[in-house]
Design a protein around this ligand. Structure first.
Ligand code: ZN
Length: 257
């Protein structure tokens, strides 16, 4: 074999090995789901081999079926046990966990069309300007394809309201989480004072070892084809709101990166 041939076959082998390594990593991250589908919630968590049921692990929930990635669920189980040791009677339950693209579309479209009221208001009547309506919904809700809840790494605890965390059981839970959750790999993505993106959410927590990888991969998917997030007809107002996807996705606390 000539030297040039040896170099070419060596390079091909290296490319092959790199590709295998990447695909192996993708398999660990996404299982059998295509990465772009996984990242935008277009898969079924119930049939996904890397997801587990929270009830099966003894983690309290609101009684609805809840699934998370097994790594995140195992860490949450440890976190819950520690919380229980410190506070034997305090309320702790998972209110929301993995949501699919269609789950998120149902929430978003409901708020857009007035089927679901936002702060007691029918936004379809009260905010005619589509940009302003999108921004109002985006205070607390993600567009389909842009929710961290798609990834199986994020949960909402107890009650989704500021008032709940201002005193009593809510304040106790939040204080404990702020102090202890990082030890189990959890961060609060939507803290106060970030200056952009969603409002503060004291109920939303994310399992960082996985979610920081999903965030980085989501950004790659977005960069390759931003138009796929803002095509007309994807969901109500997608041609307007879709352009804000990357801004909202990345306006998170540094502890979650
Ligand atoms: Zn949430």
């Amino acid at each position: 074999m000539k030297a040039s041939q040896a170099i070419i076959s060596g390079s091909l082998l290296l490319l092959f090995l790199l590709r295998c390594a990447c695909e192996g990593n993708d398999r660990t991250l996404f299982g059998a789901a295509p990465p772009a589908d996984y990242l935008t919630g277009r898969f079924n968590p119930s049939g996904h081999e890397l997801f587990v049921s929270l009830a099966d692990l003894g983690i309290p929930t609101n009684g609805r079926p809840h699934r998370l990635r097994r790594e995140a669920a195992a860490a949450l189980k440890e976190l819950y046990a520690a919380f229980r040791r410190d506070h034997p009677k305090a309320p702790f339950w998972v209110q929301s966990s993995t949501r699919t693209y269609n789950d998120q579309k149902y929430i978003w479209n409901g708020k857009w069309t007035g089927r679901v009221r936002v702060g007691g208001r029918d936004l379809s009547r009260e905010i005619r300007d589509p940009v302003k309506r999108a921004v109002e919904i985006l205070r607390y809700s993600s567009m389909p394809g842009t929710s961290r809840h798609h990834w199986g790494t994020d949960i909402d605890l107890n009650v989704l309201s500021d008032a709940y965390y201002a005193k009593g059981a809510g304040a106790l839970l939040y204080r404990w989480m702020a102090e202890n959750a990082p030890r189990y790999g959890f961060c609060q993505p939507y803290t106060a004072g970030r200056g952009a993106g969603y409002c503060e959410e004291k109920w939303h927590w994310s399992y960082v070892p996985l979610s920081k990888q999903f965030l980085s991969r989501w950004n790659s998917v977005y960069r390759e084809n931003p138009g796929a997030f803002s095509r007309a007809g994807l969901f109500s107002g997608s041609e307007i709101a879709g352009k804000l996807a990357a801004e909202y996705m990345n306006a998170i606390h540094d502890a979650c990166r």
